[in-house]
Design a protein. Structure first.
Length: 224
């Protein structure tokens, strides 16, 4: 068990391993969101075919709707988002020696968020309203909430000593609020759904792989 834990920590602290997953995860969610779906409300939309894969560039369909046509790709969407964002956020935690109760809460949120997104992709999306659909929607929402809290906790601590981190935190919150408003007043859509995920990937990469915040955050720890 100790050896397994040590191996896991080595991977979490390996910046190239985590960077690979961040790039892969961001690319996956973008390509997945553009997959064509066999659904009535997408009929007539422009599509393109690349290497035999039919894509709908405007990203109209949500991840759940796409999953009805691309069953296993949807399972990968949940798994790869949990792995890539989870590893990326843990790497940033370790890089800046983010410890104490807020860090423990953040790590618990990552575990809960991962469990929620896997429950979401395992639970089939259906038309109408029922217990299955309620479980699907609620776990999808909680996935976003838990991961946003995990990232927001680090930004909140950093904002005490860094104006850049404070601005990033405000922009992040505004982005989440914008997505919710668009979903309420405009309607669900794949591009709208992807906004906070793209933002989270960008913030994690800026935190972990640039010097934008490094000198401002307290007690940075050198990663391997």
């Amino acid at each position: 068990m100790a050896k397994l834990k040590s191996s896991f920590l080595a991977l979490v602290n390996n910046k190239w391993f985590c960077l690979f997953w961040l790039i892969f995860g961001c690319a996956y969610v973008t390509i997945y969101g553009a997959l064509w779906v066999d659904d009535p409300y997408t009929e007539g939309l422009k599509t393109v075919t690349i290497l035999g894969v039919v894509l709908e560039p405007t990203m109209t369909a949500t991840a759940s709707v796409i999953g009805r046509t691309h069953f296993w790709a949807f399972k990968g969407w949940g798994l790869f988002q949990a792995i890539s964002l989870g590893l990326g956020i843990l790497y940033v935690y370790n890089r800046y020696a983010f410890t104490g109760k807020p860090a423990r809460v953040g790590r618990i949120c990552l575990i809960l968020g991962s469990a929620c997104v896997m429950t979401c992709v395992i639970t089939p999306s259906r038309e109408g309203f029922g217990m299955v659909q309620l479980l699907h929607w609620s776990t999808a929402l909680l996935f976003g909430v838990f991961f946003a809290v995990a990232l927001g906790l680090l930004l909140f601590r950093a904002s005490k000593t860094s104006r850049r981190a404070l601005v990033t935190l405000i922009v992040f919150i505004a982005m989440l609020a914008t997505m919710i408003c668009l979903l309420i007043f405009v309607g669900k859509g794949g591009a709208i759904e992807s906004i906070p995920m793209w933002g989270a990937y960008l913030i994690v990469i800026l935190l972990g792989y640039t010097n934008v915040y490094r000198k401002c955050l307290p007690e940075p720890a050198e990663a391997e």
